[in-house]
Design a binder for this molecule. Structure first.
Ligand SMILES: [Zn+2]
Length: 121
């Protein structure tokens, strides 16, 4: 699958942030993944050590937060949880809904280490 490519793109972001923050090491990476992001968290965990090897984030922990799938109803205005195969309103069962969350693939936060520079961000 494309999880390795996703990890490699993620690594670029991680390295950019680490560079900007003058970090010498990244110890933890937290990702937010929605149910409709098309990315499998477990496969991402598998690909992560390969993508992060020999980088500033080598050995970093990859934490994945699953973002719930939520829709807003255009009929009754309610917001409710939904399933990937059933994006209907949880209140009135209407199909006229818009996705509020669930497509995320976001770098949520990084834990960085700086040597000799006091507390890390
Ligand atoms: Zn509704």
């Amino acid at each position: 699958m494309h999880e390795l490519a996703v990890c490699q793109a993620l690594m670029q972001q991680v390295e950019e942030v680490a560079c900007r923050e003058s970090a010498t090491r990244v110890t933890r990476v937290t990702l937010q993944i929605g149910a409709l992001s098309g990315v499998e968290g477990l496969l991402l965990q598998d690909a992560w050590p390969i993508a992060s090897a020999a980088s500033v984030a080598s050995g970093a922990e990859l934490r994945i937060e699953n973002v719930p799938l939520r829709v807003r109803c255009l009929e009754c205005g309610s917001e409710s949880d939904a399933l990937p195969n059933r994006l209907t309103c949880g209140v009135c069962d209407s199909f006229r809904t818009v996705l509020i969350s669930g497509e995320e693939l976001l770098l949520e936060s990084l834990e960085l280490e700086r040597t000799g520079a006091g507390d890390a961000a």
